[in-house]
Design a protein around this ligand. Structure first.
Ligand code: 4AD
Ligand code: MG
Length: 480
């Protein structure tokens, strides 16, 4: 494997590149800008390895100069450049490349839509295939990658086993009926003449005939890998999933996607306090990792996306998170006398306006963990508290994003779980394997789910969740 030298390695090298001065280096990338002055031409090249470009300075005796002169080397084109690294006269960079030879690899049509002028993020969403070539999306992609790396690092260093939970499933973990269904377009008879939508096997009354379908039973895209993670936690002790999940909730907001990635740790022999401690340690670890390892990109966000984000994240790493019960949170909201769109009373689900008020106004930017929610607004698997009306659930709220994490201690007592399934009129037969975990060596266990794109929002200051994932899927998406 021939490793190519990247701009990040040159600029991140000894003395910010000055240690390599005098060496002949090769750079390959895409032209960001090109400025021709009377005797020299400046080309800014970016290869995606870091935010900053390599400034390449060329005069007319460089080999391949004719391609520049004729206008073939333009914004967006891919090029190969060889030259000598020299100390830069300019104030923006320590080093630049004095070009000896330039080769055009792929020219760029003048219709290239990512020109130097600032383009809106809405516009860029319609150009999802080209937007990684902008500063913002390059930086988001690198920070997203760093967060994923730090996630694995945190769990691996703490003895968790990564488990791949299935994407196709027949159970609805959250019981919210927000699943996408999976069905085949080729009827089992093998007929291929039908138009795709007609090809789904149907019953007489027009519903999907699942017995004729691929799996011979209803199949859905997973909304959460938690139930599968629980089976592995009750064998391997501490596990985590990290993969795509899907929700057909029709929420056209800046915090919801139809396809998003979730990280779901599950801890055996653990209660809600252990769960909250793990969530706090995890968040502080990954945020610290990004602050330490993505300095250039974080400075960019601090200047252009959210002023003060570095200070805000530094506080997250160093300060204790606030904890309060749902009951106290409701009291605090009622007492605030603030006019919310959705009035608050005990028993209602907290809306994003309430969550943001708590973290942004009351606790001034500090993450807040709310625990012990009413059982009627939470999923069937959460452990009932002794008061009979709340469950051992927790949500971690952060400024700007609202709910970043949702978790709970799981109901490990067979008779309680069966009673809860009956209460909610859920079919016990479909949960037979989940109940088995309570039949054979049940243990107190707890876990949480963190929406990875919301974490990217939190760590970069990017406002809309659609700009935190390479190819966003949301209700009404026209981008694919
Ligand atoms: O609170 P949720 O629904 O919890 C679960 O799915 C549990 N089974 C997790 C567990 O205990 N293992 O979702 C967890 C997190 C939310 O806090 C939020 O960050 C994110 O997933 N999330 C979404 N992110 C983007 N778009 C959506 N539509 C999301 N729905 C949930
Ligand atoms: Mg939730």
């Amino acid at each position: 494997f021939r490793k190519r030298l990247k701009i990040s390695e040159i600029k991140g090298g000894p003395e910010e590149g000055l240690g390599l001065v005098g060496q002949t280096l090769t750079v390959m990338g895409w032209v960001r800008t090109l400025r021709a002055q009377s005797s020299v031409t400046f080309i800014e090249v970016n290869d995606g390895s870091c935010l900053s470009n390599m400034q390449c300075v060329m005069d007319s005796d460089a080999e391949g100069y004719d391609q520049v002169e004729s206008g073939l080397v333009s914004t967006g084109a891919s090029i190969w450049i060889q030259g000598i690294l020299v100390a830069s006269q300019g104030s923006k960079q320590k080093v630049e490349l004095k070009v000896k030879k330039i080769m055009l690899v792929g020219k760029s049509d003048p219709s290239y839509p990512i020109q130097k002028k600032r383009v809106s993020r809405e516009f860029l969403r319609t150009k999802a295939h080209l937007r990684p070539r902008t500063n913002t999306f390059g930086a988001v992609s690198r920070v997203r990658n760093a967060l994923a790396y730090a996630t694995h690092k945190f769990f691996q260093e703490n003895g968790f086993v990564w488990v791949s939970s299935p994407i196709i499933t027949s159970s609805d973990c959250e019981g919210a009926g927000e699943q996408f269904c999976v069905t085949t377009l080729i009827p089992s008879s093998g007929e291929t003449t039908a138009t795709p939508i007609d090809a789904i096997p149907k019953t007489e009354n027009g519903l999907i005939d699942w017995s004729q379908d691929f799996f011979a039973k209803p199949a859905f895209l997973t909304v959460s890998g938690q139930l599968n993670a629980e089976t592995y936690a009750t064998a391997l002790s501490d596990v985590y999933t990290f993969g795509p999940t899907f929700r057909a909730e029709n929420s056209n907001t800046a915090r919801h996607l139809a396809e998003f990635w979730m990280i779901e740790p599950e801890l055996a022999f653990a209660d809600l306090d252990d769960d909250m401690a793990c969530a706090t340690a995890y968040l502080q670890y990954v945020v610290r990792h990004v602050l330490e390892n993505c300095k250039e990109d974080m400075e960019f966000f601090n200047t252009w996306i959210e002023k003060g984000i570095i200070d805000r994240l530094t506080d997250v790493v160093n300060k204790d998170f606030v904890q309060l019960t749902y009951t106290d949170a409701v009291e605090l909201l009622v007492k605030s006398k603030k006019k919310f769109e959705f009035p608050v009373k005990w028993g209602c689900d907290l809306q994003s306006e309430h969550e943001r008020y708590i973290t942004e106004q009351v606790f001034r930017g500090c993450p807040v963990i709310i625990r012990d929610y009413p059982k009627d607004i939470k999923a069937f698997y959460m452990r009932q508290n002794d008061d009979g009306r709340t469950v051992a659930a927790m949500d971690m709220l952060v400024p700007r994003v609202g709910e970043l994490i949702g978790g709970s201690q799981r109901e490990e007592r067979l008779e309680y779980l069966e009673a809860r399934l009956d209460d909610l009129k859920l079919n016990k037969d479909t949960y037979w394997w989940y109940l088995d975990l309570r039949r054979y060596g049940s243990v107190p266990h707890a876990g949480f789910g963190l929406g990875f794109e919301r974490l990217v929002q939190f760590a970069t200051g990017i406002e809309n969740i659609r700009d935190t994932i390479p190819f966003p899927r949301a209700p009404g998406s026209s981008e694919f």
